[in-house]
Design a protein around this ligand. Structure first.
Ligand code: FAD
Length: 484
């Protein structure tokens, strides 16, 4: 009998656990440890954040699904990993329960294989004054998005009585990722203001740490759009101009006070922007987990990179940006010191940034960190589940399956107005995510599979994907035929 423990029940962890359960015989155990009772289709939080969907439409309780699938669910937060075990135990993880009945109690769970799928820690603490309960909102969780929508609707109410309002959306720190989510949210706000016929009373500002709009943490892209080859900078800028959204780029938010955000730029200028409503994304870091050897020595730095993400089969030598290669990126997501540990989705440590790292004259780093999107997260979850199934069935020395990150493509649909008749979305596909100038010397990417279009069809596809992925995550009949 083998026991596989999965930390995290988000896009990558849920994909891995459900596939493992389907492919492994009943004699093997699949255990999920995750702190929240619900699964959340995070991309649709954008629509919750503008009040077009309720939290219940983008999330559902995990326990009934796991009970039906015969997956053991322990609602808790992993805190420590002992990859060598101790005198009495084989490798194990320690976690803290988060249910009301057992809140804070700790428990140990031994494992034969461990998957770290704990996603990002939303590091609101990195910027003074940002985040829920402080001076700006977030759409990173369904609860955050619900709060954001209430505040947004308040602003709309004020505008209906003739008051002007200022909106600020974007990156809450110089090292943020997920610019796509901020991009999508600002366009949804703009659309909602038009739908409520108050757009003329709004001033909307997009603040970003990108060097140019359309960088998206992948150093920008060239793609085909409307029959032309254009840059993502032109594609993005034309959308902002068309919708009357002003932008501040190359910016690091220093602190946010009530109605005012202070920032510095890559050029070293310091300034501020006033707002009535702000949604600023936090930077990401790994979850606060520690690791210990058999002799209880702290080996956290052996298992995790300094940013808290887990080391896998990537090149962490820290070579200069100019020297990196696509092959530095992981292929199997297997930790190289402990071959029965894998990290998938946002939890794995990227070897370096894709956008060029930069600092302003004061030494403040201002550049997007690598994007961590859903499609690759799901693929990693599947590939690692397949590797573990093989290792269990054919012996631990079997080489793991691979899905090289540097060869993966990505499809992103950023909604820019949620309406079946006159909504729209920017649909962007990119292959590979990590540019490969050896294979594609002109643009670093295969231009045939790298394109961006905006239109109503994109909105329909986004809506269909919403239903399809929730169907899949609920393990309804035939769920496993739906690709990640
Ligand atoms: C607003 C927003 C919109 C987005 N839109 C898109 C989009 O349109 N398309 C796209 O491709 N991507 C999108 N993304 C990115 C996408 O959501 C992520 O790539 C994806 O969720 C990553 O999956 P994951 O499994 O790594 O992490 P998550 O989905 O975040 O899951 C992490 C899981 O780990 C759990 N966990 C946390 N700490 C612990 C712990 N200590 N122990 C155990 N479990 C723990 C969490 O509760 C959660 O269940 C968006 C992101 C945001 C924030």
């Amino acid at each position: 009998m083998a026991r596989v423990v999965i930390l995290g029940a988000g896009i990558s962890g849920h994909t891995a656990s459900t596939l493992l359960r389907k492919k492994l015989g009943k004699e093997h155990e699949v255990i999920v440890i995750s702190p929240k009772p619900n699964w959340n289709w995070i991309p649709s939080n954008i629509w919750v954040g503008v009040g077009l969907m309720k939290k219940e439409e983008v999330s559902f309780p995990l326990k009934p699904i796991y009970d039906k699938q015969k997956i053991v669910f322990k609602q808790g937060k992993a805190t420590k990993i002992f990859p060598e075990g101790d005198e009495s135990n084989s490798p194990y993880v320690e976690f803290e329960w988060t249910t009301p009945e057992k809140n804070g109690q700790t428990e140990k769970v031994t494992y034969d294989f461990l998957i770290n799928a704990t996603g990002p820690k939303l590091n609101f603490g990195a910027t003074e004054g940002i985040g829920p309960g402080k001076h700006s909102y977030s759409v990173c969780s369904a609860d955050h998005a619900t709060e954001a929508s209430k505040a947004l609707l308040e602003c709309i109410k004020k505008m209906k009585s003739g008051q002007k309002q200022k909106f600020l959306v974007g990156s809450g720190h110089g090292l943020c990722t997920c610019q796509g989510a901020a991009f999508e949210y600002v366009f949804n706000i703009e659309y909602e203001l038009r739908r409520h016929k108050v757009r003329d009373l709004a001033e909307i500002t997009f603040l970003t740490n990108e060097y140019e709009l359309g960088d998206f943490g992948i150093g920008g892209a060239h793609f085909s759009s409307g029959g032309y080859n254009i840059t993502s900078k032109i594609f993005a800028e034309s959308l902002y101009v068309e919708r009357g959204i002003r932008w501040i780029k190359r910016a690091h938010v220093q602190k946010v006070e009530n109605s005012r955000a202070y920032y510095e730029t890559l050029e070293g200028e310091e300034s501020h922007v006033d707002f009535d409503f702000a949604m600023l994304l936090p930077p990401f870091k790994g979850q606060d987990m520690q690791a210990f050897s058999k002799s209880k020595e702290d080996i956290t730095s052996k298992l995790f990179a300094p940013n808290g993400f887990m080391k896998v089969d990537a090149d962490y030598s820290g070579k200069p940006y100019e020297e990196w290669k696509p092959t530095d990126w992981p292929k199997t997501y297997q930790n190289q010191d402990y071959k029965n540990i894998f990290a998938v989705g946002i939890a794995f440590a990227p070897p370096h940034t894709i956008s060029k790292p930069m600092k302003n004259p004061k030494g403040t780093p201002i550049n997007p960190t690598p994007p961590r999107t859903g499609m690759p997260s799901g693929i990693m979850g599947r590939v690692v589940a397949e590797s573990i199934v093989d290792m269990i069935k054919r012996g631990k020395e079997t080489s793991p399956h691979s899905a090289p990150f540097a060869e993966m493509g990505v499809a992103c649909i950023a909604s820019a107005g949620a309406s079946f008749l006159n909504g729209s979305a920017a649909s962007i596909t990119m292959c590979p995510i990590v540019p490969d100038f050896d294979q594609f010397p002109t643009h670093g990417r295969n231009i045939k599979f790298t394109f961006g279009e905006i239109g109503l069809a994109g909105h329909w596809i986004k809506r269909i994907l919403h239903h399809m992925f929730i169907y899949k995550a609920k393990c309804k009949p035939g769920w496993f035929f739906i690709p990640e």
